[in-house]
Design a protein around this ligand. Structure first.
Ligand SMILES: [Zn+2]
Length: 300
């Protein structure tokens, strides 16, 4: 069973919002692409693991701080006699290993994911030990993209290739033994130890002034050109209420310190909808707090 579902990645949500409203430089674009691809891979892994027995406990996206060392785990599977630690990679194309060094399809050096996996496993074992659990840990790098290939000279059993995914799952399925209370306690303790990291501190700086104003299309995320709310790019048509609510949500997530006021939302929506129309939507879904010029809306 899924003990901890994979949460929506706030950092990715923020980047998607920003991407519609500003031009990313090369490094920003690369970060966005990497996070988007990584998340896609994790979702594919979740879908793949759906076939796993209900006897297992699956915990997704955990972040731990072990005495100052941060480490993140994509997926943990708690089985009767061991824990499987999975690091999911959505690499694409032909990658190469030469003397323990990894290279991208274009020949650029890349971080050796096995080193990351080893570090993660070591820290996780120490955490388990500290929590008082004696259970063995087996770690795997899961390459989930069928368009991935790795040229290597030695075989590493910690690497699961796309063509091996089904067999790997079959192997796991042959071993289910009913879990007991201790396994559930461990799962809960791990969830309790998970820390939330603020995505705002990691993101590059952005300011309200720098972002393009307007309402984005719910379907293709480009900005609507006029107040008809018919997308020029994909033809999607949206009703005013849904479009305004989405814009307010975007505004609130991008600028958690700013107050939601009619004036701000009017400006944020690029003046596409009248203040009267905005006030009507805001009053319907939010509560008005404060008086006169200090008044603003809060989620009810
Ligand atoms: Zn569109």
């Amino acid at each position: 069973m899924i003990f901890r579902p994979r949460p929506e990645k706030l950092e990715l949500v923020l980047l998607r919002y920003l991407h519609s409203r500003m031009v990313f430089n090369e490094s920003q674009a690369l970060i966005f692409f990497t996070i988007e691809k990584g998340y896609e891979g994790e979702l594919k892994c979740d879908a793949w693991l759906k076939g796993l027995s209900d006897e297992w406990l699956i915990l997704n996206d955990l972040l731990f701080d072990y005495h100052g060392s941060l480490f993140q785990i994509d997926t943990l599977i708690i089985a009767y006699e061991k824990i499987y630690l999975l690091d999911v990679k959505y690499f694409e194309g032909d990658h190469t290993i030469k003397e323990d060094k990894w290279f991208t399809p274009t020949g650029k050096p890349e971080k050796n994911p096995l080193h990351q996996l080893e570090r993660c496993e070591t820290l996780f074992k120490q955490l388990l030990n500290e929590l008082g659990y004696k259970i063995s840990v087996e770690s795997y790098l899961i390459f989930i993209n069928p368009e991935f290939h790795l040229y290597q000279t030695t075989i590493n059993p910690a690497i699961i290739f796309p063509s091996q995914l089904n067999r790997f799952l079959k192997k796991l399925k042959t071993k289910p033994v009913q879990l007991n209370k201790r396994h559930y306690d461990l799962a809960q303790e791990l969830v309790d130890h998970h820390i939330e990291e603020s995505p705002y501190t990691r993101l590059h700086k952005y300011s309200y002034e720098q972002l393009k104003k307007g309402i984005t299309c719910a379907n293709c995320k480009t900005l609507f050109l006029d107040d008809t709310l018919v997308c020029n790019k994909c033809g999607f048509v949206e009703d005013v209420e849904a479009a305004v609510l989405r814009s307010v949500k975007e505004f609130a997530i991008l600028f958690p310190d700013k107050l939601i006021t009619v004036d701000y939302i009017y400006d944020w929506c690029g003046g596409l909808k009248s203040k009267k129309a905005l006030r009507r939507v805001l009053s319907k879904y939010f509560v008005l707090v404060g008086k006169a010029r200090a008044s603003h809306y809060k989620e009810s």
